[in-house]
Design a protein around this ligand. Structure first.
Ligand code: NAD
Ligand code: UDP
Length: 313
């Protein structure tokens, strides 16, 4: 049966792909965004769909809507943007999350939180399983985001325990694909744009730090499966367990773009996690989910997107 689904942060990178996938499944979708890092062009192509509605709203303010499900994605996700106004980032994660949980409580909607691998901080356990409590600097440059997301998880579980709200929590690991913002400093978009423009590829530190990159269509499938099942409320890790060093990523992007760009080493930002790789055995077991798009295929699709974007400029 078709549902009315609210996607906060729906005009953002992952949110816009999620709105598309939910519409394809025949649902009515309310996309809510304050357009801080979201863009209208991410959702233009959905505007003609009668099942789609856009609401310009900041989740830090309460709102009254009738919906069956809420995907709570509203929050700047890249270090550049979440540090732009760190107090606002905390407000979005705390006050905004309380507002969305309050809405879910009032209308008895199921609500899913887009949490993050950043709750593990600079992890001392590898790979990271859901039982690991993390290693987060509470006053560091990433703390507005990391601690904000940790409190958001706390709020989700307290609303469940105190008010019986039907929650789901996923911890998203590095995700990439078309519609990433060009200027948000994330590694995949940075390297692709630098390679396409023939600029130096800026590797921070020695480049031996690792990340595991999940293509956006795999992530969206995982989010929907998590919402739709009733066996496990989470937290569940979603991400691609294939681990690559940042240097390897740079070399692959240079090869795939045929770029003449050279690698340039820059200082490593403070509190930059040294290693990150999800243990996804719980997602495999509960959701029957694992990523299908390998790094090469996903990078090719993302490179095509950025090539088109550069031509349009
Ligand atoms: P994004 O910045 O593209 O999307 C976030 C969206 O939320 C944007 O459209 C932004 O305008 C909107 N937003 C921000 N603050 C808001 C507010 N107060 N009220 C209403 N809207 C607001 O980032 P993304 O990569 O699509 O991330 C989506 C979610 O997934 C975020 O919650 C992020 O923390 C989480 N996540 C993403 C990744 C990743 O690698 N992309 C990793 C871990 C977690
Ligand atoms: N990084 C890099 N060069 C860049 C951008 C990022 O070497 O131009 C590194 C960054 O230091 C980190 C990794 O790439 O080790 C991933 O960074 P990103 O900001 O994409 O994600 P996060 O650190 O939040 O996982």
């Amino acid at each position: 049966m078709a549902k009315r689904i609210l996607v906060t942060g729906g005009a953002g990178f992952i949110g816009s792909h999620l709105c598309e996938a939910l519409l394809r499944r025949g649902n009515e979708v309310l996309c809510m965004d304050n357009f801080f890092t979201g863009r209208k062009k991410n959702i233009y192509h959905l505007m003609d769909n009668k099942q789609f509605e856009v609401i310009r709203h900041d989740i830090v303010n309460p709102i009254y809507l009738e919906v069956d499900e809420v995907y709570n994605l509203a929050c700047p996700a890249s270090p550049v943007h979440y540090r732009f106004n760190p107090i606002k980032t905390v407000k979005t994660n705390v006050i905004g999350t309380i507002n969305m949980l309050g809405l879910a409580k009032r209308v008895k909607a199921r609500i899913l939180q887009a949490s993050t691998s950043e709750v593990y901080g600079d992890p001392q356990v590898h790979p990271q399983g859901e039982d690991y409590w993390g290693n987060v600097n509470p006053i560091g440059p990433r703390s507005c985001y990391d601690e904000g997301k940790r409190v958001a998880e706390t709020l989700f579980f307290n609303y469940r325990n105190e008010n019986n709200v039907d929650i789901r929590v996923v911890r998203i690991f590095n995700t990439y694909g078309p519609r990433m913002l060009e200027n948000d400093g994330r590694v995949v978009s940075n390297f692709i744009l630098q390679a396409l423009k023939g600029e130096p590829i800026t590797v921070y530190g020695d480049g031996f730090q690792t990340r595991s990159f999940c293509y956006v269509s795999d992530m969206v499938e995982g989010l929907i499966r998590m919402m739709e099942q009733t066996e496990d409320i989470g937290p569940i890790n979603l991400g691609n367990p294939q681990e690559f060093s940042i240097l390897e990523l740079a070399e692959r992007i240079i090869k795939l773009t045929g770029s003449k760009s050279k690698i340039e080493f820059r200082p490593l930002p403070k509190d930059d996690p040294a290693r990150r790789k999800p243990d996804i055995s719980r997602a495999k077991r509960v959701l029957g989910w694992e990523p299908e798009v390998d790094l090469e295929t996903g990078l090719e699709l993302t490179i095509e997107y950025f090539k088109r974007e550069l031509e349009l400029d």
